[in-house]
Design a protein. Structure first.
Length: 221
């Protein structure tokens, strides 16, 4: 029997629709935490630029294929994330498998969506905390338009509204930390930092079970 080492670091996830401010909050938190002497690394998904381009290109017409690209990226990145956690590093990550469930899984037939959900929870490291930066789709799209010359396919208003609804549903089921992202950036950063303090002081992460088989739909999502 293989004995798994208990990860010593923390995996903190920032989620939210495009324009919610994940990247800005991540940068500010990294500076703040490092100033306190915390060993912290910033990551984002997808990590591989080639797989990212393929996923975005496939997304509008084939959500299953897009989810496959994102999943492959996640599998390839897993060893690096595990090494950081084993080394005691806090990983602050922009997006995770939850984004795949929101943007691609919600567009699949119910059975495929459940299978995708189960697969992600097998191949992705379990987070210690997830923060949803909640922002209305109209406000988020206005930010995106100001900040970029072109919009990606996922930035259409109707799709952002649907994604925001999926995120709210996930946040309720998973008991995420939800922060109002319409506030000025310093206020958002301060609130996220305050809400994460219990997670940062928590006991070491529990050893993850060996994924011998997919979880069943009746289990906690």
């Amino acid at each position: 029997m293989t004995i798994r080492k208990v990860p010593k670091g923390r995996l903190i996830i920032l989620e939210g629709i495009d324009g919610a401010g994940k990247s800005s909050v991540q940068r500010a938190l990294i500076r703040r935490w490092r100033s306190r002497g915390l060993r912290v690394v910033a990551r984002r998904e997808p990590a591989d630029p080639v797989l990212a381009r393929q996923a975005v290109a496939a997304g509008p017409r084939d959500p299953a294929l897009a989810a496959l690209y994102f999943t492959l990226d996640r599998i390839l990145a897993r060893p690096a994330v595990d090494r950081l956690l084993q080394d005691g590093t806090t990983v602050l990550q922009d997006r995770s498998f939850y984004s795949t469930l929101v943007y691609q899984g919600s567009r699949l037939p119910a059975r495929q969506g459940r299978e995708l959900n189960d697969l992600q929870r097998i191949i992705a490291p379990p987070p210690d905390a997830v923060v949803l930066l909640e922002l209305g789709a109209t406000a988020a799209l206005a930010r995106v338009v100001r900040g970029r010359r072109h919009r990606s396919p996922i930035e259409r208003l109707a799709l952002l509204r649907a994604a925001a609804k999926e995120y709210r549903s996930l946040a309720r089921r998973e008991r995420w930390i939800v922060v109002d992202a319409s506030l000025p950036l310093p206020g958002v950063v301060e609130e996220v930092d305050r809400r994460l303090r219990p997670s940062m002081r928590a006991a070491p992460r529990a050893s993850q079970r060996s994924p011998s088989r997919p979880s069943q739909r009746g289990r906690r999502n």
